[in-house]
Design a protein around this ligand. Structure first.
Ligand code: U2F
Length: 449
């Protein structure tokens, strides 16, 4: 709306790392037409705002990016650790958000009528109370992991951490029988609650039940038992996804021609490889995977950040140029929906898992951190739509066996059938009478109240 038509200000507080801010922006883009009198102020670091707000996209004029400090100390020299920017940022919260929000209130002369945040931001419970406004927390990962974070203290108490967690099971927790303590986010079991991320997640577990609503990029039918357990812990638990099925078809760039190349491949014959936005497997695992692809001869698309000549074995690109393509960023969503794609070698980030379900592609899992191992166990043991790779690390032999299993065995076909059921549930959820659509209407009511 033009400034004079703005009747409401809604604050959106994004987490600027991994794939967190962009699904939050997708959610706000979906909400904005439902609240035409509102202006959404998207508080986020400059780096992340620049990455997710597209220059030429004027469709969402009512959503304005607003930059907050990323917490980098003056004269800071990076040690190169990928956790450092996250920790610096976590230390700067919530003051960086508060300062920016106060400036907006001063500039506009309006107060915020609602706060929508990444679920990590437990401090929004206090902000919302001060403003007497609803707090909508958005969880960007799956339902199992959010449920576990609520029970961090209980889990720590039961596991008797002083004797380690190896071999211990979560059987004491409803919905988690058969899941090992080593499979769940390590911040829950062994994080130092004084260090920024485990502290943030622990506090989140304590504060989220205060949220007016917790929205999640998932759908109820994906894991009904877990969703029911979670329902009883929140005021409103709103499964509104998969968001990728609810947005207008965005322009997805394919400068390297992955999709045209896929058009020439046989049905369900290609392995797509990506480890998401933050993970880079260690060199020996990249080498093992490259050797497995080369020896097995399966066709592939490999999305790998950085210079592939440096990351992959010498001569690999040249030797495999008729079998595969290597790109620095792929149109993943479209690749996973292409009929030639038959397997997805993934780190099991939640967005990738959902996109694979939507595309009906079985997963070969190499989990790294956070919720990824838990997602892997769910993929393998609960849904039966994928397999682990070797003993956890990628080995040539493990990768070859997993590729063989998914791309050329009956078991792979069986996984595809199970995926077809899940896929159908995902599409049904976003139809006009679907559960995600109903939950989205409830969410709209929360923010328009
Ligand atoms: C963190 O996950 P990541 O950002 O590492 O990974 P995903 O959740 O799987 O999201 C990756 C997104 O990037 C897209 C892909 C996904 O939407 O389609 N993409 C692409 O378009 N092209 C490429 O070449 C490569 C990726 C975290 F690490 C996880 O543990 C969490 O589950 C997740 C959500 O909180 O955030």
């Amino acid at each position: 709306p033009g400034d004079e038509n703005v009747k409401k200000l809604i604050a959106v507080l994004a987490f600027p790392f991994a794939t967190h801010a962009s699904p939050l922006l997708s959610l706000v883009q979906r909400l904005s037409p439902a609240v035409p009198e509102a202006r959404f102020i998207f508080f986020n670091t400059a780096k992340s705002n620049n990455a997710i707000f597209l220059e030429d996209d004027k469709r969402w004029d009512s959503i304005r990016p607003y930059n907050v400090s990323d917490g980098t100390p003056e004269n800071y020299v990076s040690s190169g650790s990928p956790m450092e920017p996250i920790e610096n940022f976590a230390k700067a919260t919530p003051e960086n958000f508060r300062t920016a929000m106060e400036t907006v209130v001063e500039e506009t002369g309006m107060g915020f009528s609602c706060i929508i945040t990444d679920a990590f931001y437990w401090f929004a419970a206090d902000m919302a109370q001060e403003l007497q406004a609803p707090w909508v927390a958005f969880w960007t990962a799956g339902p199992r992991s959010v449920l576990l974070h609520l029970d961090t203290d209980l889990i720590r108490g039961n596991l008797k951490l002083s004797s380690g967690i190896d071999g211990k099971m979560l059987d004491f927790l409803p919905g988690f029988s058969g899941i090992c303590a080593t499979d769940i986010p390590p911040e829950i079991t062994c994080g130092d609650l004084n260090s920024p991320m485990p502290r943030m997640l622990h506090k989140m577990g304590l504060m989220l039940p205060k949220a007016t609503a917790v929205a999640i990029n998932s759908f109820e039918e994906i894991d009904t038992a877990i969703v029911n357990l979670t329902n009883s812990r929140f005021k409103k638990f709103l499964n509104i996804g998969p968001l990728v099925l609810t947005l207008p078809d965005l322009k997805i760039s394919d400068s390297e021609g992955c999709l045209q190349w896929l058009d020439k491949q046989k049905q369900e014959s290609v392995a797509y490889i990506s480890f998401g936005s933050t993970v880079m497997p260690p060199p020996h695992e990249l080498e093992a995977l490259a050797e497995a692809l080369e020896t097995s001869g399966f066709h592939f698309i490999w999305s790998i950040r950085g210079n592939p000549e440096e990351k992959l074995p010498k001569g690999f690109l040249e030797r495999t140029k008729d079998k595969g393509i290597v790109v620095s960023w792929a149109p993943q969503l479209k690749i996973l929906q292409h009929e030639a794609t038959g397997a997805f070698i993934t780190h099991c980030g939640w967005n990738s898992v959902l996109e694979s379900i939507v595309g009906g592609v079985p997963m070969i899992c190499r989990a790294f951190f956070g919720d990824q191992r838990l997602n892997m166990r769910t993929i393998e043991n609960v849904w039966g739509v994928g397999t682990g790779i070797g003993d956890g690390e990628i080995t040539k032999d493990g990768a070859m066996k997993a590729l063989e299993l998914v791309l050329s065995s009956e078991e792979g076909q069986y996984m595809r059938q199970k995926l077809e059921d899940l896929r159908k549930l995902a599409f049904d959820a976003v139809q006009s009478h679907g559960s995600s659509t109903a939950n989205f209407e409830t969410l709209t009511a929360v923010i328009t109240k």
